[in-house]
Design a protein around this ligand. Structure first.
Ligand SMILES: Cc1cc2nc3c(=O)[nH]c(=O)nc-3n(C[C@H](O)[C@H](O)[C@H](O)COP(=O)(O)OP(=O)(O)OC[C@H]3O[C@@H](n4cnc5c(N)ncnc54)[C@H](O)[C@@H]3O)c2cc1C
Length: 448
């Protein structure tokens, strides 16, 4: 086993301006694609070695897709054709703007220009108990944990004697009625209808409850009220219980308590209720607002002309977007592409151009032939057309020809068979604490 002191970042010295990018998400990769290696040395750090396509993460959680279909290795994306590009899989822990260095788990590196493109992390609003027991859905390991947990819950429900524990295994509470919560609830409802009764003939799936909880007065709050209403109708007709104006107070791994006192017994509480910027230590508090870096229209962090933030971690407040752009892929993609041009202007001493967001609209899918779309010019689509648009847009933006092919093949297969991939529990999910029913899994996992 190597000790961390034996590692070094191993980045060659350069006379060109060095751009250090933290994060290979939508913002980071679109920046690199447009940044010429002839003019810059480009260094990218990411704690994982792949770019993840998060809009399809819920399909990994529900066993519709395997993880490698929604991820692309960063080294494959930026191979030897990218001149003077250097990727290192390492977590960045700090920035020192005075010394112009970033600190990683492996060492420090000097930058000329730093781009923070670290996206977001789950926000539990300070509730440590919810953080400990709930299931987030932000990264591929989260989706695999959730998938295992759900499949294990069905296996146990099929054998458990106590009807109350069985019910708690069959109650799935999803907190957060944004796109992640809605799409997950829709996918689970389809599994309950078409797939699970075949897998578990001994279980009564009329007892399986999917409860979607939202603190505001409508689901999909970032979309139009019209799309929110259609989505609620779609979900309810699929048998999802939608609880609006409802806030979670606590969850101890078995019992969720809502503000107002109502409780539900559940072994699976999925937390899709909030995110905050994945910030890097080292910049003063006044450079941030609500967990995002405050940037000007050139994506420069306020007070730091050499440090840029793009995508979800940046808040560019404008007249049209007084709270910053929405935390979706398009602002990150467009800001990455725009910043590449501005960095070239900067080294040529040309004036920087302000970023303007082109809102292409938003989409959400609830199930087969059921989706909603808000398009520019106040155009709203629903039903089959929105569903077809959703499929097309996701295949189009998915990175990697192989991924496009694999996802398309999976969807075609699913369309004709209603089958939902392989529901294998390869990596059992084990909670740190024992809760009812989990003892069984632990013992099973110990059988070697
Ligand atoms: C489950 C889910 C579903 C979504 N669905 C949609 C959707 O349907 N449509 C849509 O438009 N948007 C959707 N989004 C939002 C969209 O994915 C984000 O807006 C987009 O990814 C933002 O891009 P980004 O580059 O800012 O961050 P990201 O794409 O999140 O990339 C951040 C990168 O930074 C890396 N990183 C973070 N911290 C560090 C560190 N300290 N050191 C090293 N590396 C670090 C991460 O590993 C990651 O690779 C969804 C997000 C999630 C989680």
């Amino acid at each position: 086993m190597l000790h961390i002191n034996e590692l070094s970042l191993n980045i060659p010295e350069t006379t060109k301006p060095r751009v250090v990018i933290i994060g290979g998400g939508f913002g980071g990769v679109n920046l690199v694609k447009k940044l010429p290696g002839k003019e810059f040395q480009v260094v990218m750090f990411d704690r994982q070695n792949y770019h993840g396509f998060w809009p399809l993460l819920y399909q990994v959680a529900t066993a519709g897709l395997e993880p490698d279909a929604i991820a692309e290795p960063l080294r494959k994306m930026f191979d030897e054709d990218y001149e003077d590009f250097h990727f290192r899989q390492v977590k960045v822990t700090g920035v020192n703007p005075a010394a112009k260095t970033v600190t990683t788990l492996v060492g420090e590196l000097r930058y000329d220009y730093l781009v923070i493109a670290t996206g977001t992390k789950s926000n539990y609003f300070g509730n440590e108990q919810i953080k400990r027991y709930s299931f987030p859905l932000k990264q591929i390991p989260d989706a695999l944990n959730l998938r295992s947990q759900m499949l294990q819950a069905f296996e146990q429900a099929n054998m458990i004697k106590d009807p109350d524990v069985r019910q708690s295994l069959l109650n799935f509470v999803i907190v957060g009625g944004g796109p992640t919560g809605v799409e997950l609830a829709g996918a689970l409802a389809e599994m309950r209808k078409y797939i699970l009764p075949g897998d578990y003939p001994g279980l009564d799936f009329s007892q399986m409850n999917i409860i979607l909880v939202e603190g505001l007065d409508r689901v999909l709050p970032p979309m139009s009220p019209k799309s929110s209403q259609t989505t609620k109708e779609y979900l309810e007709s699929a048998g999802v219980v939608v609880k609006l104006n409802t806030l979670v107070e606590s969850y101890d791994g078995e019992l969720v308590t809502f503000k107002g006192g109502e409780t539900i017994r559940t072994q699976t509480l999925i937390w899709a209720a909030g995110v905050s910027g994945a910030q890097i230590a080292g910049l003063p508090p006044e450079a941030s607002e609500r967990g995002r870096y405050l940037v000007n229209t050139f994506n420069q962090v306020i007070g730091f002309p050499d440090i840029f933030a793009i995508g979800d971690v940046a808040a560019m407040k404008t007249e049209k977007w007084p709270r910053g752009h929405p935390g979706v892929a398009q602002p990150a993609i467009q800001q990455g592409q725009h910043l590449a041009k501005n960095l070239q202007r900067l080294i040529r001493n040309e004036p920087l151009q302000p970023f303007e967001y082109f809102d292409k609209g938003s989409l959400a899918i609830i199930g087969r032939n059921r989706a909603v779309a808000d398009l520019p010019k106040d155009l709203h689509l629903k039903g089959f057309i929105a569903w077809a648009a959703w499929l097309f847009v996701h295949i189009y933006y998915l990175i990697g020809f192989r991924n496009k092919l694999v996802v398309l093949a999976n969807w075609i297969y699913k369309f004709f068979t209603r089958e939902n991939g392989n529901r294998l529990i390869i990596r059992p999910f084990l909670r740190k604490d024992d809760v009812a029913g989990q003892e069984f899994v632990r013992r099973q996992a110990d059988l070697d």
